[in-house]
Design a protein around this ligand. Structure first.
Ligand code: BG6
Length: 492
């Protein structure tokens, strides 16, 4: 049906991929292992975990998202076990074919990660890995060939693992300098190939998993807030850096969109929802956009018993490094009640089930209208600062038919309704710079490590154990999305 939409010509429309989830080639051409390379696959009921060992040979398991491991321990791999991120869906060896398919679909933008562990595998001390730099140059040149605008994410669940064991991860301020140097290399090397940069993916992840995810092993809230602070400072410094490298760069940061409604109109629930949003989303976006901690942050710290040291230097970094745009991911919404029991699943938070919404097989509650509402909320809060939806999609089990088709009408339905919501927001006057779908190509699920939790428009023939042809097939959603893009959103 023809509609009257106002999608701007320069709208960054396309999809997302992420290095640690799609590339495979985990130890090729000088790359060092990233944290998730040590995590085994799981499923909706089985959390992912890694093995760690100390010099005395004492072995332990750590659950995913812990981000911290006890002193003296190192990650270790077990022979005979399957590590899904080691092979991913092998973008490393298929990128030309994959990018051509994205072009065929009419992509205007691709949101991708540049992997720290490929470019600076052993940190500053180990020097630059030329092969890593070359790989992303080739990828970016391939995108340029097809006029697909890259949006480069500099950190997405892919920190070189030795930083966790040898540096203590983000709790160590030295990591800010390491990350800054990695970003400096990327921004200067690819100065003429990429204009849009995202400093961190889902920068609220550490506090979210510390709080809401029963699966994490370590819950040291003081440390988690310090780590998060270091990331916010690192992000701000890289925004300033980007502006120095090329004043035309647009540098933003990304927050997991924890959109939440009160479960009931009870004032206690409404207030609890406001507090929930402050703690889980606005605490981050306010710093990113406004360059300082918001007025309510002191209450958050006090209520958690946290003493956060924010130096004058950090205050200045935050102030100088305000983002050009705010990115967020959006899969679902949740409900908050004052007497929470948390009976619904989610990618990062669990809340109360909304009786008006359906959910995916993984229990994520599907809420297209919530996206319009959330976009408008952010536009109001930030005086219509440019927003980017940097992830939205449906994880589902797809079936490849004998004649190599995938009839994923459920994904088309999900996407159509969400695109309608974005178009409605644009018509509301919200300043949306771009909208990229997770994940345009099948890859390994971050939360469960499954290959069978698929999000792509492009199907990849690979099984949980890494067997398979790795052939690429176009799903029904591929043809549908091509139509949407070619008509600039008119044909849904
Ligand atoms: C987002 C992450 O939160 O959710 C992605 O940025 C992730 O890395 C996506 O893959 C979907 O979650 P999952 O657990 O289904 O892979």
């Amino acid at each position: 049906t023809k509609k009257n939409t106002t999608i701007p010509d320069n709208f960054l429309w396309g999809g997302d991929i992420s290095a640690a989830q799609i590339e495979g080639a985990w130890d090729e051409d000088g790359k060092s292992p990233v944290e998730v390379d040590y995590y085994l696959g799981g499923d909706v009921n089985t959390p992912r975990y890694a093995y760690i060992v100390n010099d005395e040979g004492d072995e332990k398991k750590v659950l995913q998202w812990s981000g911290q491991i006890p002193k003296g321990y190192k990650y270790t791999l077990k022979v005979g076990k399957i590590y899904p991120n080691h092979f991913g869906t092998d973008f490393y060896h298929h990128y030309k074919e994959d990018i051509k398919l994205l072009y065929e679909m009419g992509f205007k933008a691709l949101n991708l990660t540049l992997s720290w562990a490929r470019i600076l595998p052993q940190g500053i001390a180990g020097g630059v890995n030329k092969k890593g730099v070359e790989f992303y140059r080739n990828v970016l040149l391939e995108l340029k060939k097809y006029n697909i605008e890259p949006i480069c994410i500099l950190y997405k669940y892919d920190m070189p693992a030795f930083y966790v064991t040898d540096f203590g991860g983000w709790s160590n301020k030295k990591l800010i300098d390491e990350y800054y140097e990695f970003c400096r290399i990327c921004m200067t090397e690819y100065k003429d190939l990429a204009k849009h940069w995202v400093t961190f993916n889902e920068i609220n992840i550490l506090t979210l998993v510390n709080d809401g995810n029963a699966n994490t092993t370590i819950k040291d809230t003081q440390r988690v807030y310090e780590e998060t602070h270091n990331q916010l400072v690192a992000s701000a410094r890289v925004v300033s850096l980007g502006h120095k490298v090329n004043p035309e760069f647009k540098v933003g940061c990304m927050v997991a969109g924890t959109a939440a409604y009160p479960l009931t109109p009870k004032p206690e629930d409404v207030l609890a929802t406001q507090k929930f949003m402050e703690k889980n989303f606005y605490y981050f976006s306010d710093v990113i956009v406004r360059g300082e901690y918001p007025y309510y942050s002191k209450n958050i710290w006090n209520s958690l018993g946290i003493d956060l040291k924010v130096s004058d230097e950090d205050i200045k970094y935050l102030k100088d490094g305000k983002a050009d745009f705010l990115g967020f991911s959006y899969y679902m919404s949740s409900c908050v009640s004052n007497d929470q029991s948390g009976n619904s699943n989610g990618n990062l938070v669990s809340g109360e089930k909304n009786p008006y919404l359906k959910e995916s097989e993984w229990g994520w509650q599907i809420d297209p209208m919530g996206l319009r509402w959330f976009l408008n909320e952010l536009a109001q809060r930030y005086d219509n600062l440019p927003l980017m939806i940097l992830e939205n999609g449906l994880g589902a089990r797809d079936t490849l038919t004998e004649d190599k088709h995938v009839h994923d009408q459920y994904r088309i339905d999900y996407m159509r309704e969400h695109i309608k919501a974005v178009e409605a927001s644009l018509n509301d006057g919200v300043n949306i710079m771009g909208y990229t779908m997770w994940s345009c190509i099948d890859l390994v699920s971050m939360g469960t490590g499954q290959l069978s939790k698929r999000y792509g428009f492009i199907y990849i023939e690979v099984n949980e154990d890494g067997s398979g042809s790795f052939n690429r097939y176009k799903k029904d959603s591929f043809y549908w999305f091509r139509n949407v893009l070619k008509s600039n959103g008119q044909n849904l």
